[in-house]
Design a protein around this ligand. Structure first.
Ligand code: FMN
Length: 367
């Protein structure tokens, strides 16, 4: 049976503003769970959400905590379920299981750059093997009665296969393509190759979302102008600035863009803390998790990195909020910078050559 939310005619769900570019929250492991989606929705939901990736292999069952972000999604916006894997039978089996849930569609991960992932020939590792990609696309297209979407990087070590991969996207009737404009080897911190996103937007028959360093509403508009993409997908900069989707809509509509103050950011930190708190999570571990989000927030608090310096030393909830009060409530009307301050980098940065990071997660991915 086709679930009612899957349009048999294939159209993408409409965005908040019909006729305006789309916005999406990028899938982020350990981040884009139900709690985080709710916090983002409070400040202005994107048009689309994507789950963290469901791992697919012989023993896999859809992870319960990720299913919660679908089953209990009360943000008012659709959520696509992302898969990572390569076994055709198990991919189809997982699609069948996920179709019983209220998903907007199925998304395939062709981008994860963690060595432990790509060495298993899944995620970004698949970009080296167009024939295998073709088999997976054919299997998923046949298994998904509604929307089937793909998120990819522009290549593995180089971009030689990019056009071939785009042709496969066309051949297999993909409904929406998100392009992170870096190769797998470029990880997260190189320049983003927007010219390749433009190439995808020109060549793909489906709408393309531009992804990678969309830092602000102003940048979103400029990137859309440069790439002619149908919309933007935003990851780390939505952790830093959860108002960004609302600001994008304002920018696209030619309205004044909401100005965010440090006092507003103090509210965000409190909301995120309470949303991610649970009885089984010891305070120290919760504070450690909060620091990973605050690494991104700190890029827009002050130009010297003083907030980040203080925040990294917090060990308890009271330490953490004392640092927040000091840096965010001293001048609560001061502007939270729409762009990250230059040179303020979220650390630790585990992108050292030869590092064998376990996955895409807040442990290993920084800006
Ligand atoms: C902490 C973290 C986890 C991520 N997990 C995933 C994931 O599960 N699936 C995926 O396709 N991409 C994942 N990514 C990549 C993002 O979706 C996005 O492509 C990348 O961060 C570039 O966009 P940005 O500059 O807006 O952050 C992750 C990125 C981060 C920072």
């Amino acid at each position: 049976m086709t679930p009612s939310h899957l349009s048999p005619t294939g159209g993408l769900p409409t965005g908040h503003l019909i006729g305006q570019p789309l916005t999406a929250l990028a899938p982020m492991q350990d981040v884009t769970d139900l709690a985080f989606m709710r916090v983002i929705a409070h400040y202005g939901a994107p048009d689309y959400f994507f789950t963290e990736f469901f791992r697919v292999h012989a023993q896999s069952r859809p992870e319960k905590h990720i299913l919660r972000s679908i089953d209990e999604n009360d943000t008012g916006r659709p959520v696509f379920a992302q898969l990572i894997g390569e076994d055709l039978g198990h991919m189809a089996r997982t699609v069948d299981a996920l179709l019983k849930h209220n998903i907007a569609g199925i998304d395939l991960n062709l981008g994860c750059p963690a060595p432990k992932v790509y060495k298993k020939n899944v995620g970004g590792g698949l970009l080296r093997e167009p024939q295998k990609v073709a088999q997976i696309l054919a299997t998923l297209r046949a298994a998904v009665p509604g929307l089937f979407t793909v998120k990819m990087r522009i290549g593995f070590a180089d971009t030689a296969l990019f056009d071939t991969l785009l042709d496969l996207i066309n051949e297999h009737g993909v409904d929406l393509l998100s392009v992170h404009g870096r190769t797998v080897k470029e990880m997260y911190r190189s320049e983003v190759h927007y010219d390749f996103i433009a190439r995808a937007a020109a060549r793909a028959r489906c709408p393309v979302l531009a992804n990678g360093n969309v830092t602000s509403a102003t940048r979103a508009a400029a990137i859309l102008g440069e790439t002619r993409a149908a919309g933007v997908m935003i990851g780390r900069h939505a952790i830093r600035n959860p108002w960004i989707f609302r600001q994008c809509r304002e920018q696209f509509a030619g309205r004044d863009v909401t100005r965010v103050t440090l006092g507003d950011v103090r509210d965000y930190v409190e909301r995120l803390y309470r949303a991610t708190q649970n009885d089984e999570f010891p305070e120290r571990a919760h504070v450690a998790k909060m620091k990973k989000y605050l690494n991104f927030v700190g890029q827009s608090v002050d130009a010297t990195g003083a907030f980040l310096h203080g925040m990294r030393r917090a060990e308890s909830e009271s330490d953490l909020f004392a640092v927040c009060d000091q840096h965010l409530l001293g001048e609560p009307q001061r502007e939270f910078s729409p762009e990250p301050y230059p040179g303020i980098i979220a650390r630790p940065n585990c992108e050292t050559p030869g590092s064998d990071a376990a996955g895409c997660s807040l442990e290993t991915v920084t800006a």
